[in-house]
Design a binder for this molecule. Structure first.
Ligand code: IFM
Length: 451
């Protein structure tokens, strides 16, 4: 299965999950520093204080990417490393760090793909209300303009946000992620402010003085299946698809909220004010898809959230995180997004799996389950491309095992094993396998093989 010429093969990562150096060289506190320093929030009281120590070891990790033959790398910038208070003064050492990282990637012919915000909000901005506060949209625009101004000469592809649905829902509605709030009104306000920030951020990146860059966002997505063929379950699946997959995509591309709740108009639900939708409309140059599995839902009038209940299918085929392995989800979503947003290039900005395999006595990490997962998902990606989806690149989540948010270091998604005590890295079998795919731009897979 050959992939299109010029296809990008990379890995994806996020500042808080790998950098460490949480209070070094002028970096400010983020909501994830505060959250992980609060007892009881993270498994085994893990923190991101050191993480993979990428702040000091970036050259080694970028060398590994080059040795694996990867041609693109997705990283994110830490807002509080660049602007310790979230607004006002800039931290020159923070800017210098990212210049060094970008220069190292460029020197090794690896295209940097840079996300402005992968969840590490400066704590001082949470102290004034966090994302539910409309002022944050303007502070974010200023931050985006600074990133574009100082780093834009080195970046050809920006992503405004990583998974806006996840950080608003888990952070403000469910409380499982920083800042740990459980407040439905705050969550709805946060969603709208993030949409405003996305529109402003896209414009700020485009107005930068450097070479024109392509701007997108990496959206969390899942292929939504109805639990049964009943009309009610199918309608529930449509509502859930619009809510989870389109809430930050239809807005930026089409300037409207998708219809998700039969009981309330989106304008009322999100407290949309005059002029907001004009700000929010800022069509992206590309759409990033982060996809891991599917979601099965049923209609349930007793459920407050959209009258939808999630159903957990009977299957033994789950990753160590418990996520169902369902490769067809990738082709289903790629084709559905390609159909709904014709002419817009797509990139798989995240896909991967958590398996806990560790080095054997010989130092080798035999993670066959990850190879099997990747083969099947990539075969589905190839099928989607054959069927017409304009997918131009794939970023595996992730290079090194890292800080997996509320799970601490328990879930390992890396192609490279990280021993968090010694910071020693071991390229897993899956890393070498992925290197072969990247170098040949092809997957050895018999199309008749049963999925
Ligand atoms: O680790 C996360 C990442 O930060 C966002 N997408 C999903 C990954 C795995 O949970």
């Amino acid at each position: 299965m050959s992939f299109p010429k010029g296809f990008l093969w990379g890995t994806a990562s996020a500042s808080f999950q790998i950098e460490g150096a949480w209070d070094q060289d002028g970096k400010g506190e983020s909501i994830w520093d505060r959250f992980s320093h609060t007892p009881g929030k993270i498994k085994k009281s893990c923190t991101g204080d050191v993480a993979c120590d990428f702040y000091h070891r970036y050259a080694e990790d970028i060398r590994t990417q080059a040795e694996l033959g990867l041609n693109a790398s997705r990283i994110s910038l830490s807002w509080p490393r660049i602007m310790p208070a979230g607004k006002g003064s800039i931290n020159p050492k923070g800017i210098d760090f990212y210049k060094r990282v970008l220069d190292e990637l460029l020197a090794r012919n690896i295209e940097p793909w840079v996300t402005l915000y992968h969840w590490d909000l400066p704590q001082p901005l949470e102290d004034i209300g966090g994302w539910p506060n409309r002022d944050l949209a303007n502070y974010f625009r200023d931050y985006a303009a600074i990133c574009a101004d100082y780093l834009g000469d080195r970046v050809g592809h920006w992503m405004v946000f990583n998974e806006p649905w996840i950080f608003t829902v888990l952070g403000y509605l469910q409380g499982a992620h920083a800042p740990g709030r459980r407040d439905i009104a705050a969550a709805l306000r946060a969603m709208h402010v993030v949409n405003l920030a996305q529109g402003l951020g896209v414009r700020a990146l485009r107005e930068a003085r450097h070479k024109p860059a392509a701007v997108g966002t990496a959206f969390s997505m899942s292929s939504v299946h109805p639990a049964t063929g009943s009309e009610d379950d199918r309608a529930a699946a449509t509502r859930w698809h619009r809510f989870c997959n389109l809430l930050f995509l239809d807005t930026v591309m089409k300037g409207r909220y998708p219809e998700i709740d039969t009981r309330r108009a989106p304008e009322e639900m999100f407290d949309v004010r005059a002029g907001d939708m004009e700000i929010i409309l800022a069509p992206l140059d590309f759409i990033g898809i982060n996809l891991y599995s599917r979601t099965v839902v049923a209609d349930d009038k007793n459920r407050e959230t959209l009258n939808v209940r999630q159903v957990h299918p009977e299957t033994k085929n789950r990753t160590d995180f418990g996520w169902e392995v369902y490769p067809a989800a990738l082709s289903e979503i790629a084709l559905s997004i390609a159909k709904d947003y014709p002419g817009v290039p797509l990139y798989i900005t995240e896909n991967g799996c958590s398996y806990g395999d560790a080095p054997g006595a010989d130092g080798r990490v035999r993670d066959e389950r990850r190879i099997d997962f990747n083969r099947r998902y990539l075969a589905e990606l190839w099928r989607a491309i054959q069927a017409g989806a304009d997918v131009r690149g794939y970023f595996h989540w992730t290079l090194t095992d890292n800080f997996e948010w509320a799970e601490g270091f328990e879930q390992r998604f890396g192609l490279v094993y990280c021993d968090f005590d010694t910071q020693r890295r071991y390229v897993k079998d899956s890393g070498r396998w992925y290197s072969g795919i990247a170098r040949s731009n092809a997957l050895d897979f018999d199309p008749n093989e049963k999925m």
